[in-house]
Design a binder for this molecule. Structure first.
Ligand SMILES: [Zn+2]
Length: 426
């Protein structure tokens, strides 16, 4: 009987997948039906045997990342779920990575799932950047990368958001010099997370294969200059924009009564994180009240997200900082530098402009700023660059149709910024 119900659910699952073909993340009080470790979907009603109301779209959710291929790097023991050794798989074979469980890869072998150590594998392609990437998918991707390549990556939780989602930083490379790049400080600008994750995907693959990437010798560069990626600075805001999940009445109020959160930039309590850093915060322009954008907060670093980055940066000697935003295809580099410092920073901005095609913005007279890059320039006297990806879009998410263009413009930015450090510290 139980088996029959399971089969019935499986049938319904595939039918609904076929009909609707996309994932719905917003559960909204609907009953969840688990199919297996990875798949579940949602139906109306209270009990497991509730009948689906065919007039409504069932909610379908695919947990974790879509399946990815991994290749065995060296002969690897395999285990059953209890951890008992059950055999060995040979170098060069390719398998599907289903998930990770207790720090082990779950892979499919002869129609059953077995367990193996991820560090015995390399990946082919993990990130699908042509879609919105949720906080949980990002978290999964970072964990897989750090477990595939423990010898040249390091995953750190640098803090947590207001809603206690971890803020992650992943280091790639073995270099003593370090640079840092971040994305999704502004919620609706979450395509910047895709940019950084795709960079990691490509740089890691080139690194492990010992290959060039777009003419750059990846190992040579990253063995001297490591890159710290912080791909999602504002996970609560991103989740609000992508799913409308956990919408609070005050969020609707801060959004001027609108239920569509596509234009939301701030963190979940209405503080604009890129107005909350101290780059002359006292005189930073601000909204009067918490809002979907432009409210700078009660004091500099009042938010756990900005404070986390501040503390993390203070423990390193970053030689450059690149902060990804959207939109407008422009590059900001200036915050009152003078002399050699100005020359150096403008030179990096111009190199970035050459590869992206984005325009370097002229200095403005503004002295106050809550922007992270301006704070970095002032505090550490190192280049702090803001890159605004994609053609200008109004108050909204960058449409995914721009992805190929954005990727072509930005794919080399991390390696270029790392290489720039080498020219400065010979
Ligand atoms: Zn922004």
């Amino acid at each position: 009987m139980i088996k029959c119900i399971g089969l019935l659910w499986a049938l319904i699952f595939f039918v609904t997948m076929t009909i609707y073909g996309e994932a719905y993340a917003n559960e909204g009080g609907i009953h969840e039906v688990l199919l297996d470790d990875r798949h579940s979907f949602y139906i109306n009603g209270k009990g497991k045997n509730s009948i689906i109301n065919t007039n409504e779209k069932p909610k379908l959710k695919i947990k974790n990342q879509p399946l990815a291929n991994i290749i065995v790097e060296k002969d690897s023991p395999i285990f059953n779920r209890e951890g008992t050794l059950i055999g060995e798989i040979k170098k060069g074979n390719e398998y599907i990575l289903h998930s990770i469980e207790n720090d082990r890869a779950v892979i499919q072998l002869d129609k059953k799932l077995v367990y193996a150590d991820l560090e015995n594998f390399k990946h082919t392609n993990l990130v699908n950047p042509k879609k919105n990437i949720s906080f949980h998918e990002m978290e999964y991707i970072l964990r897989v990368f750090s477990q595939l390549y423990p010898e040249f990556t390091e995953l750190k939780k640098i803090g947590a958001s207001v809603e206690e989602r971890p803020l992650y930083a992943l280091k790639i490379g073995k270099g003593n010099h370090e640079i840092i790049m971040d994305g999704s400080m502004h919620a609706r600008e979450h395509m910047t997370t895709n940019v950084l994750l795709e960079m990691m995907d490509e740089y890691l693959r080139a690194y492990v294969e010992g290959q060039d990437f777009d003419g750059y010798d990846v190992r040579h560069i990253l063995n001297q200059v490591s890159i710290w990626f912080v791909p999602m600075m504002n996970p609560d805001g991103v989740t609000l924009v992508q799913t409308g999940e956990n919408t609070l009445p005050e969020n609707i109020l801060m959004n001027n009564g609108l239920l569509n959160f596509n234009r939301w930039k701030a963190n979940i309590r209405g503080v604009d994180l890129n107005r909350n850093f101290d780059g002359g915060w006292m005189i930073t322009k601000t909204s009067k009240y918490p809002s979907y954008k432009d409210y700078k907060g009660k004091r500099a670093f009042s938010e756990p997200e900005t404070k986390a980055l501040k503390d993390f940066v203070s423990k390193h000697q970053f030689k450059s900082y690149i902060s990804y935003h959207s939109s407008g295809s422009v590059i900001f580099y200036y915050h009152h530098q003078k002399g050699e410092q100005l020359k150096r920073d403008l030179s990096l901005a111009k190199k970035l402009s050459d590869v992206t095609g984005y325009r370097v913005m002229e200095p403005t007279g503004d002295t106050g700023s809550g922007a992270s890059a301006d704070w970095f320039i002032m505090t550490y006297k190192m280049p702090g660059i803001t890159i605004e990806i994609a053609p200008h879009v109004k108050e909204s998410v960058v449409p995914i149709k721009y992805w190929d263009r954005v990727w072509n413009e930005n794919k080399i930015v991390g390696l270029l910024a790392a290489k720039d450090v080498l020219t400065r510290y010979r």
